[in-house]
Design a protein around this ligand. Structure first.
Ligand code: SF4
Ligand code: SF4
Length: 330
């Protein structure tokens, strides 16, 4: 349904009569904001009921509460406050994408499309929200680890994988990544991080007047295709055949936050009690981390892939595991 409405909005609305284009645009925003918000609430309730029948939902419940509150801010309250129904475009901080930076360039196609709708006041309000979000995510991660963004705020892939966790993958048995798949993801991780940093640095230098903007149109198009193919469709494909967290293996923002989480001292402590080697934690981990191996020798899990979802902690029958940072103890 989402792809159908998006296709109408981005493919057909530009050529449609103005009243029809306005109706399609309204419907697209209604879907992106209200329908998505209702899906998040309904999916969260269902997930808690399904998962709660077999394990604790202590951390998972906190994740879902975080996503609901953030979705309420970004999809429902925020758009009214700043007069921008596309506030969700600003909900992922740098370096995830550069569309908000492109909005600072009066010569960019992004500015030309949004200015007649938002006006200068709407553009500035959206950019202030974006700067605030970037600040809150970076500082929050330094205090609370990667869990803060990836398992509480991320409205791109984190929310979907948590809210619809029992449904993923939609076909076949849930997959754990083998060695070769992990290697492929690790190459992808550096590739996508390099691309994200390249786009960010280009736009910052261009906006600062250090380099001319001849390549701007081409680069913004390349970034759109990277997003559609390498991120949106790839994430959806993995929802169907692999796991809800497939994209999290190589998300460029996740990679930056993983290193910040190191500075925050994020770890899964494995010595709260004696591990009975049941392996439930490994089966619950959506990032294929070998938690059991560490628990057997009582060393903490500090893998860069850990998004702090807490599934391993909720599922452990002996309460051996605990998520901590220098400033937080779950
Ligand atoms: S190690 Fe635990 S908290 Fe980290 S990603 Fe795996 S299940 Fe989630
Ligand atoms: S779920 Fe707990 S008891 Fe079971 S292997 Fe993992 S850490 Fe050990």
């Amino acid at each position: 349904m989402a792809l159908g409405i998006a296709g109408l909005n981005f493919g057909y609305a530009g050529e449609a009569p103005p009243e029809v284009a306005a109706l399609i645009n309204w419907f697209w925003h209604f879907y992106e904001n209200w329908v998505k918000f209702i899906f998040i609430i309904a999916g969260s309730i269902l997930t808690l009921r399904i998962v709660g029948s077999t394990s604790k939902t202590t951390l998972r419940g906190k994740n879902l509460a975080g996503f609901i509150i953030y979705a309420l801010l970004i999809h429902i309250l925020g758009p009214y406050m700043v007069g921008n129904s596309e506030l969700y475009l600003f909900s992922m901080p740098l370096p995830w994408n550069t569309t908000p930076l492109q909005l600072l360039d009066p010569g960019s196609s992004f500015f030309a499309e949004r200015f007649p709708v938002l006006g200068m006041a709407g553009i500035m309000a959206s950019l202030i929200v974006y700067a605030l979000i970037t600040f809150v995510v970076l500082v929050g991660t330094l205090l609370l680890g990667r869990r803060w963004q990836c398992s509480t705020l991320c409205l791109f892939n984190g929310f979907a994988s948590e809210v619809f966790a029992p449904a993923f993958p939609l076909t076949g048995k849930k997959k754990q990544a083998g060695k070769s798949t992990l290697k492929l993801f690790s190459y992808l991780r550096w590739l996508f991080l390099a691309a994200a940093l390249f786009f960010t640095i280009y736009w910052l230098l261009h906006l600062g007047g250090a380099i001319p903007g001849e390549a701007a149109t081409l680069l913004s198009e390349v970034e759109v295709y990277k997003y559609l193919g390498g991120e949106l469709l790839a994430a959806m494909f993995m929802w169907v055949v692999f796991t809800g967290r497939g994209y999290c293996y190589y998300c460029p923002l996740g990679t930056v936050l993983a290193y910040l989480s190191k500075a925050a001292g994020q770890k899964i402590s494995t010595s709260e009690s004696e591990c009975i080697e049941c392996g439930k934690c490994n089966r619950a981990c959506p990032l294929s981390i070998d938690i059991k191996k560490e628990a057997q020798i009582k060393t903490p899990v500090t893998d860069l892939r850990c998004v702090g979802c807490g599934h391993c902690i909720d599922t452990c029958p002996t309460e051996t595991l605990r998520y901590t940072t220098r400033f937080l103890d779950f």
